[in-house]
Write a protein that binds this ligand. Structure first.
Ligand SMILES: [Cu+2]
Length: 349
């Protein structure tokens, strides 16, 4: 019998480790390893603590196993010895894991307790996020006209350094709100209000959000963005959302697009554009759509081309969308281009 060698298993282990490192190097915009808010920092710290504990345990257990496998491997002239039980060992490997779990549980419990009772600051930005199949609606308390609500969809704006308090709701099935760099994940449940821990974003940027609870065929395409703006940018966005939209210059594509949006195609029956006659509530609010960087609830960049493709046939870009009809047959290409020009013209002045 040939002597068993360790070369093959060692090569395999090296290959597996290389694959793991290679995959870990893939960049991902939705990572909890890059926290950008106080709440995400706390989750990160806890996570790192658990990773260390698991890493040390894993190292000791796997290392011990490797040692035993090598030391006691089959060799000519040696016979395996049967051993029945070892009380000291068994007690040790029951008690040590219990102690480790207790040590991990204490900060976890404290964190869960404080995060669910953290008070909302007086100057917090208060938002209600409502999930729909398959998009997100955001209502800001008291930032709208006459101290009423201000509505937007799929792209939430918040100022850096200010506390944000978000209540979660759903219009239909269970969804979940998750912005890995900032906050979450917490379920959005019909007929129930869940509260996210109030959090303070600490760096200007655009962060990816994602529905994190399977909610139907387009679940994977139910995304959103959080824009953490400077206070000045946030304030000018809020002010522009509250201004009446200036009518586009007559006889331009934008003016034709506005007519198509409000009359010919009936988009206004489903979509609101603040400061205009469009006040539908079935689809996402499209106020200041020209400021949006995505279309289709965060799935595509809001280029003219993508917005045109969306209006011609939303269901082909996001399978499952049936409420918004395809307009490829009812509007000409020129008409769709005009509608898109109109939507794109809705900007912060
Ligand atoms: Cu969902």
């Amino acid at each position: 019998m040939p002597r068993p060698t360790l070369i093959r298993p060692t090569l395999l282990a090296v290959a597996l480790i290389a694959v793991a490192i290679g995959l870990a190097a893939c960049t991902s915009p939705q990572t909890t390893f890059d926290p950008r808010s106080d709440a995400a920092d706390r989750i990160f710290d806890l996570y790192i603590m658990v990773i260390w504990a698991a890493g040390i345990v894993g190292f000791l257990v796997l290392g011990g196993m490797a040692y035993i496998l090598i030391k006691f491997r089959a060799r000519p002239g040696r016979k395996a010895q049967q051993i029945h039980g070892n009380n000291a060992l068994e007690i040790a490997w029951t008690i040590i894991p219990i102690l480790i779990l207790v040590v991990i549980a204490i900060p976890t419990m404290i964190w869960i307790g404080t995060s669910s009772t953290r008070p909302v600051a007086d100057d917090a930005i208060r938002v209600t996020a409502t999930a729909h199949q398959w998009w997100f609606e955001f209502e800001y308390e008291s930032l709208g006209p006459d101290g009423g609500t201000l509505v937007t969809a799929n792209e939430l704006h918040v100022p850096v350094g200010r506390q944000v308090a978000i209540e979660l709701r759903s219009e239909d099935v269970i969804h979940s709100f998750w912005v890995p760099a900032l906050i979450g994940k917490t379920d959005m449940v019909p007929n129930r209000e869940n509260r996210l821990e109030p959090f303070i974003p600490n760096e200007i940027g655009v962060y990816w959000g994602q529905c994190a609870e399977f909610c139907g065929v387009a679940h994977a395409n139910m995304r959103f963005r959080v824009h953490v703006d400077s206070l000045a940018d946030f304030e000018s966005w809020v002010a522009a959302m509250n201004e009446p939209q200036a009518a586009p210059p007559p006889e331009t594509g934008e003016a034709r697009g506005k007519r198509i949006f409000e009359l010919t195609a009936g988009c206004a029956g489903c979509h609101t554009i603040a400061g205009t006659a469009a006040a539908g509530r079935i689809g996402p609010d499209l106020s200041l759509f020209g400021e949006r960087i995505t279309v289709g609830a965060g799935i595509l960049d809001a280029t003219d081309e993508n917005v045109r493709a969306w209006v011609s046939d939303p269901g082909s870009l996001k399978p499952g969308v049936v409420i918004m009809p395809s307009f490829a047959d009812t509007l000409s290409e020129a008409q769709i281009a005009d509608v898109v020009a109109y939507l794109k013209s809705l900007r912060v002045p």
